[in-house]
Design a protein around this ligand. Structure first.
Ligand code: CP
Ligand code: NVA
Length: 296
């Protein structure tokens, strides 16, 4: 680990990621264990959440700890008071902080000033907890990570950035198909070793082991929704696109999904879809992350 925090997937090396996957598998098999007895986790959320909030909350409680949820209306990050002060005050009360912020800089500032671990629960740049859980899901389904072809169709958003970095760290071949102007930013591309960039979803999907997509309009971009719907109109994942991938390929999506936009209606019902296993694995991976960062 680069420090006490998990802000980017690039804070971890491949050995540490394999360690988290092994730990999550053990915790998934082992049920409840009081590994975080008496520990308190603050959950600061500037945006809505189902999976991240509930999985961290349940993970802490099943491990013997507890959580306190703080919405933007309550804590007013950077508005009611400076982020640096929030970080220093919370560090006197709690043992760790999960933060979902609009700006990645906010989560970095929290980490800079907090003396307790800060975990990025999604920023505009990355979603490391999602992608760590996804690596667990891929590992469970495929028995390996190294050498797999992972294809992402759509917007090069927070999830795509973390996936691109994770693929590079874990020795997976990453392909991303996005319309012009919606591809990965240079700073992620320079870190991602084997990345194929294309505007052609079919080229990207051919022979893939994993086909992954996410919403075209992320939280905070709602004003651009119509423009994005037009830009991404040829980028919907449907059964025809999936049929270009390997016969045993899996389909992944972090959820929430916009049925009829980035995925065809009914896509989640196909046997290739592992999206609810992904959602479940958020809980097991969240536990592994918490035990690594907050455990004694
Ligand atoms: N996938 C995910 O992070 O979902 P939530 O936004 O509901 O937390
Ligand atoms: N890219 C999406 C992911 C939600 C889990 C968003 O940021 O809204």
């Amino acid at each position: 680990m680069k420090g006490k925090d998990l802000l980017s997937i690039a804070d971890l090396d491949s050995g540490e990621i394999h360690g988290l996957i092994d730990s999550a598998i053990t915790l998934k098999r082992g049920g409840r264990k009081a590994l975080l007895e008496g520990k308190m986790l603050a959950l600061i959320f500037e945006k809505p959440s189902l999976r991240t909030r509930v999985s961290f909350d349940v993970a802490m409680k099943q491990l013997g700890g507890d959580t306190i949820y703080l919405s933007q209306a309550e804590v007013g990050l950077g508005q009611r008071e400076p982020i640096s002060d929030v970080a220093r005050v919370l560090s006197r009360y709690v043992d760790g902080i999960v933060a979902r912020t609009f700006s990645h800089q906010s989560v970095e500032l929290l980490a800079q000033y907090a003396s307790v671990p800060v975990i990025n629960g999604l920023s505009d740049e990355e979603h490391p907890c999602q992608v760590l859980s996804d690596l667990l899901t891929i590992y469970e389904k495929k028995g390996t990570l190294e050498g797999l072809i992972v294809t992402y169709i759509g917007d090069a958003n927070n999830v795509a950035n973390s996936l691109l970095l994770a693929a590079s760290i874990m020795g997976m071949d990453f392909r991303i198909a996005s319309p012009q102007g919606y591809g990965p930013a240079e700073k992620f591309l320079v870190q991602g070793r084997k990345t194929l960039l294309t505007q052609d979803p079919k080229q990207a999907a051919r022979d893939a082991d994993v086909v992954y997509t996410d919403v075209w309009t992320s939280m905070g971009q709602e004003a651009e929704a119509e423009r994005r719907r037009m830009a991404f109109s040829g980028y919907q994942v449907d059964s025809r696109l999936l049929s270009l991938a390997k016969g045993e390929a899996i389909f992944m999506h972090p959820l929430p999904a916009h049925h009829g936009e980035e995925i065809a209606e009914g896509l989640l019902e196909l046997p290739q879809s592992v999206v609810f296993d992904q959602a479940e694995n958020r809980l097991h991976m969240q536990k592994a992350i918490l035990v690594k960062l907050l455990g004694v």
